[in-house]
Design a protein around this ligand. Structure first.
Ligand SMILES: *Cc1c(COP(=O)(O)O)cnc(C)c1O
Ligand code: SF4
Length: 322
């Protein structure tokens, strides 16, 4: 680790933390304070430990940057129209047979490219009991819904008691056949996968977990061990990756990541084209380049390691393979 970059024992949450820990320079203070006024910051110790320089593949994903203040003409606060497709708070219902449930909008880490960056944050979006009840009633009354995807924010930072209650209530709806959780916790804070959390996740209905992982370095021994505990409950783990300039936009980086996922028994599921959230243009990779990388990987790595390259069209039109 270079001079001036110190390991962190706690989650770094402020511009002051960034400067103190050597992740940002004093001269960036004013611009970064403006960024911090708009977008949440959190870098937990497990990810902090992987940053050697601020512009390496891990640093780029999580360290705030002055470029976030510039919104490009095509960027939107709600790039995939979650809000427009929300019949009751916390529910997004775009595809007939699947609905999203967002019980909270806090995360263990805040990704600088997040497509829900205008919504997520440490003190936002915890559904009240009444809102949860209304969400269950909506799901109950829509018999076409076969799968509920619990997302956010990050559902695995809920208390095990709260999570168990949600899983229990969803399980009680007969037409819901499958549950899925989208999370960053196994890589961001593997210590959160406690026995109490595992007990909450040990349910009768099929439960899948989609883990958001963008670089092979994120799959540390601790992250893999946390994922293994989930797999031992019979929970299949899917890998979700966002294609990001400077992070993973090369044959080598994605090949390494997908192979690391297979070693951790994770099926690479989606490679997402970046959504046009405000201030994220520095991460943009042209779709032609994404296609070229995947085409070059085909034949070089196992077919089971290749995800579907997917784009969520603006305006709520839904996902299409690229
Ligand atoms: C992405 C998404 C889903 C899940 O889509 P899959 O292709 O099944 O992973 C469901 N609902 C909404 C609103 C989504 O954006
Ligand atoms: S963990 Fe997911 S929801 Fe949270 S900031 Fe990162 S991309 Fe956004």
């Amino acid at each position: 680790m270079p001079d001036g970059i110190l390991p962190a024992k706690r989650t770094l949450r402020s511009v002051e933390d960034m400067i103190q820990s050597g992740l940002a320079s004093e001269s960036a203070r004013v611009a970064l304070s403006q960024v911090a006024a708009r977008y949440a910051i959190a870098i937990p110790p497990a990810l902090r430990a992987l940053i050697t320089t601020p512009d390496d593949p891990i640093g780029l994903q999580f360290i705030p940057h002055a470029a976030e203040l510039i919104t490009a003409p095509h960027e939107s606060a709600d790039p995939i129209a979650d809000e427009a497709l929300s019949p009751v708070p916390g529910i997004v219902h775009r595809y007939p047979d699947r609905a999203l449930l967002k019980p909270l909008l806090a995360c263990p880490v805040y990704c600088r490219f997040c497509f829900r960056r205008e919504q997520v944050g440490p003190d936002g979006g915890l559904l009240t009991d009444a809102e949860l009840t209304a969400a269950y009633a909506y799901l109950q009354s829509h018999k076409e819904i076969k799968e509920v995807i619990i997302t956010g924010g990050d559902p695995l930072i809920l208390s095990p008691r709260r999570l168990a209650e949600i899983l229990h209530n969803l399980s009680a709806i007969p037409h819901i056949e499958v549950l899925r959780i989208h999370t960053r916790v196994p890589v961001a804070d593997p210590a959160l996968i406690t026995n109490a959390l595992l007990t909450a996740l040990d349910i009768e209905k099929p439960l899948f977990i989609a883990a958001h992982i963008n670089h092979a370095a994120e799959l540390t021994p601790a992250a893999s061990a946390a994922l293994r505990k989930l797999q031992r409950l019979g929970i299949p783990i899917l890998g979700q990756t966002v294609l990001l300039a400077g992070v993973n936009d090369s044959e080598e980086a994605l090949g390494d990541l997908f192979r690391a996922m297979l070693r951790a028994r994770i099926k690479p599921y989606y490679l997402h084209q970046l959504d046009a959230a405000p201030g994220t243009a520095r991460f943009h990779v042209p779709p032609e380049r994404g296609r070229e990388i995947l085409a070059n990987l085909r034949g070089k790595i196992s077919g089971t390691a290749l995800p579907t390259y997917i784009f969520d069209r603006p305006g709520g039109l839904g996902k299409i393979p690229l």
